[in-house]
Design a protein around this ligand. Structure first.
Ligand code: PMP
Length: 367
């Protein structure tokens, strides 16, 4: 038997094997239609049904209330940084921004463009903790007259994650959350948010579609001056068909949602995610300093586990040898160095166990 391959990519990331097998089986002939999902008109009943079912499954998984709209947009999570402010900040003087790592900093630097509202940094984990800890929501210095409060629940690059999310009671401003790298990995209360958005390519499916879950009343804020393709309202008014959605990624996302429902939903996967992360961090912490993760234990990400050895050379050797052993794409983000093991929903516990075994052998060989 060949050695199993485990893919630790941060995104696009590993997908459930059952989903890929189903997609393969249906690639040329979708459910007896004689043609592929890829070649269907997005306005055909067939595809509209695929998209509606994907939305329904996501609604079921996240328990999304009826006063929230669900959109499958293009442009990635990055496009949302600007779409959010263009749509939600008209007529406001400020936007609250919580900086906790690479991605929220990107949002921070983008959200003030083309709008009058100025960015108000409510907390900055880099300045406060050198990204080794997170400012607790109760310590965010919020401007209560701001258009909204933006934060990122899981920092994919820095390996930090809010383990307890702020509730709506924290502020009068709508909470807007970039959940790109931990959506559907644990239960959240959608009612706490004005907007949740997430690029698909971690826990949801292939790159190309971005989920936006937006509270209905916020749609009234956007002005007709916002270009239509960037206007949430045009997408909602046309039921997601304002322009061509990324049809194939939406189809795969639907399969992933159904896979997750079969796994028992987000509470069940959360228990598995907790176990995977607990084992990996426990090993790192028990490695006598051979592997290091300096993040405060209370905010370590359960999705992206970063670690490094004593030198950049050793890290490079680790990533190379791990790759040869079937443990793929462990090299850390370019600005961070070290390693990053992304262990999203679709990573089985066996993958984490294989990684720990390899880490231990590597340590024994190179200590
Ligand atoms: N936010 C987070 C938390 C991310 O991890 C990423 C991508 N890694 C982005 C935003 C940007 O996503 P995209 O490349 O889809 O624009």
């Amino acid at each position: 038997m060949s050695t199993p391959i485990y893919n630790f990519s941060a995104g696009p990331a590993t997908l459930p094997e059952d989903v890929l097998k189903q997609a393969q089986a249906e690639l040329l002939d979708y459910q007896g239609t004689g043609f592929s999902v890829m070649t269907m008109s997005h306005r055909s009943d067939l595809f509209m049904d695929i998209m509606q079912r994907a939305e329904n499954s996501l609604r079921q998984l996240m328990n999304i209330p009826n006063n929230y709209k669900v959109l499958f947009l293009q442009g990635g999570a990055s496009a949302q940084f600007n779409m959010l402010s263009l749509n939600l900040a008209q007529g406001f003087k400020t936007i609250n921004s919580v900086v906790t790592g690479n991605w929220s900093l990107m949002a921070n630097n983008e959200m003030g463009k083309l709008v009058d509202a100025k960015i108000h940094v409510a907390a900055h984990a880099g300045e406060l903790y050198n990204y080794n800890n997170l400012p607790s929501p109760s310590a965010w210095q919020l401007d209560e007259s701001a258009a909204y409060t933006h934060y990122t629940s899981n920092e994919t690059v820095h390996g930090l994650q809010y383990q307890a999310l702020p509730t709506a009671a924290l502020t009068n401003t709508p909470l807007v959350c970039d959940m790109s790298s931990d959506i559907i990995s644990r239960p959240v209360n959608v009612n706490d948010f004005g907007v949740i958005y997430a690029g698909a390519q971690k826990n949801i499916g292939p790159a190309g579609t971005t989920i936006v879950i937006i509270r209905e009343d916020l749609l009234e804020r956007s002005s007709p001056l916002v270009p239509s393709v960037w206007n949430y309202k045009s997408h909602v008014d046309k039921e997601g068909m304002y322009n061509t959605p990324a049809t194939y990624p939406v189809y795969i996302a639907g399969l992933v949602f159904d896979w997750l429902i079969q796994q028992g939903g987000v509470s069940a996967i959360e228990a598995k995610n907790n176990e995977k992360a607990a084992q990996l961090y426990a090993y790192i912490d028990s490695s006598d300093g051979y592997y290091k993760n300096t993040i405060d234990a209370a905010v370590r990400s359960k999705m992206n586990v970063i670690f490094h050895t004593a030198s950049a050379e050793r890290d490079a050797q680790f990533a190379k040898e791990a790759d040869q052993a079937g443990l793929k794409l462990l090299k850390g983000y370019k600005s961070m160095g070290g390693m990053r093991a992304s262990i999203y929903n679709a990573m089985p516990l066996a993958g984490v166990e294989a990684l720990i075994k390899f880490m231990d052998e590597f340590k024994a060989r190179n200590a």
